[in-house]
Design a protein around this ligand. Structure first.
Ligand SMILES: CC(C)(COP(=O)(O)OP(=O)(O)OC[C@H]1O[C@@H](n2cnc3c(N)ncnc32)[C@H](O)[C@@H]1OP(=O)(O)O)[C@@H](O)C(=O)NCCC(=O)NCCS
Length: 315
């Protein structure tokens, strides 16, 4: 078995393995392998690939992509995405013919060590609540539950008319709103979650280069005074074949029921006008009121996912 970093030529095999291993999640999101391969290619090209190459050269890449190879075939993957306070681990999979041989354990060890080497105290990952095999693997390694996330979805009716905001008080989110929104975001997090998943501006306002890498378009709206928003919603659209994404909305205590409804309606209207035929939204269990609101407006829960965390200091 060879353990190495991912190469450009691995893309088709990884795409195939993703479909094999993550069918359930990918079908809800409307997985489009062609789009995935396109993003992957772009991440090696100009400008994203060049930026990544420079960051790699100075030993500060934002991602580490580990694969296991056997006989020229990719049989396992584990990706590490470095955030400010933690490393996020994703794409943990082993080809069905190669399971139970310690491949995922070895790839995870490498990702956790890289995470510690890069100065992050925590490794964090998400696992479907009913994925008992993967869960057992993580628990054995010392990962502990941090939060539960609900995944909801809803079909969207196609709209012919041009997009308009759902009420006069809805306005575009501006940079001046970000500090207050981050405060709102962290105030809703339980302290143990806040310590590990400290909110970052990129969560509320994804960087342009990332959006262009994903060929995503995104829009965000607020209610309330500029710089002192009382509500926030974001929608992201990639291709008509994939489901649109609603970022879990944020509301201050003073937000009225009408404001909340109109923000939600605006985000969904924008997605429908963009051509999305369905929408998905992940909501942490501690945002109970948002969860209830989405369910009241026709969103259905598809599954729950557990976020687990491991302290990687000293690995
Ligand atoms: C979860 C998965 C990555 C494990 O890969 P793997 O290479 O077989 O894992 P390992 O051989 O390193 O096994 C490590 C531990 O996982 C658990 N495990 C692995 N296969 C198991 C099985 N069939 N039943 C129960 N536990 C199992 C055990 O705790 C095992 O430790 P042990 O060997 O000391 O008993 C693999 O089953 C997979 O790709 N599943 C589909 C994709 C997926 O669900 N990924 C996780 C997303 S969060």
């Amino acid at each position: 078995m060879i353990y190495r970093e991912l190469r450009r030529t691995d893309v088709q095999q990884i795409s195939h393995e993703m479909q094999l291993n993550f069918g359930q999640e990918l079908s809800l999101k409307g997985w489009d392998p062609a789009h995935f391969e396109e993003i992957f290619e772009r991440s090696f090209g100009f400008p994203a690939g060049w930026v990544l190459a420079i960051l790699r050269a100075v030993r500060r890449p934002p991602v580490h992509l580990f694969v296991a190879e056997e006989g020229g075939k990719v049989v396992g993957t584990t990706f590490l995405f470095l955030q400010r306070t933690h490393g996020y681990i994703g794409a943990v999979m082993t080809d069905p013919g190669f399971r139970g041989k310690g491949i995922a354990s070895e790839l995870l060890s490498r990702a956790e060590r890289a995470c510690a080497r890069r100065g992050r105290r925590w490794a964090v990952l998400d696992v479907l609540t009913d994925n008992h095999v993967a869960r057992q693997l993580y628990v054995k390694r010392g990962y502990r539950p941090l939060r539960v996330q609900h995944w909801l979805s809803k079909p969207l009716a196609q709209r012919r008319e041009a997009f308009r905001t759902a009420g006069p008080e809805i306005r575009a989110m501006e940079k001046a709103d970000l500090d207050q929104l981050l405060d709102l975001y962290s105030a809703q997090q339980p302290p143990e979650v806040r310590e590990i998943l400290a909110p970052e501006r990129g969560l509320l306002s994804p960087p342009r280069y990332l959006q262009s890498l994903m060929s995503a378009t995104s829009a965000a709206w607020c209610t309330g005074a500029l710089g002192n928003p009382s509500g926030y919603a974001r929608a992201t659209f990639t291709t008509p074949r994939e489901a649109g994404n609603l970022g879990a909305p944020l509301f201050a205590d003073r937000a009225s029921a009408v404001e909340k409804e109109e923000l939600l309606e605006t985000a969904l209207g924008w997605l429908a006008a963009s051509g999305a035929s369905s929408v998905v939204c992940e909501v942490p269990a501690y945002q109970g009121a948002v969860l209830q609101m989405l369910q009241d407006t026709g969103f259905e829960e598809r599954w729950t996912m557990d976020t687990l965390a491991l302290e990687v200091n000293g690995r």
